[in-house]
Design a protein around this ligand. Structure first.
Ligand SMILES: [Zn+2]
Length: 57
């Protein structure tokens, strides 16, 4: 069954598939924030770090 948790950014409801795994990145449908699944039972979400690659030069 799909699981639902709150977006830490906008407090909107975010649902993930039943096969979601820890470490999976999902997008908030309300604010578009990238969220990392930090736990699945119960579902917990955290803001995913921005995958910026503009460092190192
Ligand atoms: Zn959000």
């Amino acid at each position: 069954m799909p699981a639902t948790s709150k977006c830490p950014e906008c407090d909107g409801n975010v649902s993930v598939g039943a096969d979601a795994v820890k470490g999976e990145i999902v997008s908030c449908p309300d604010c578009g924030a990238e969220l990392e699944v930090t736990a699945t039972a119960p579902l917990a979400l955290a803001l995913a770090p921005e995958a910026e690659e503009d460092w190192g030069e």
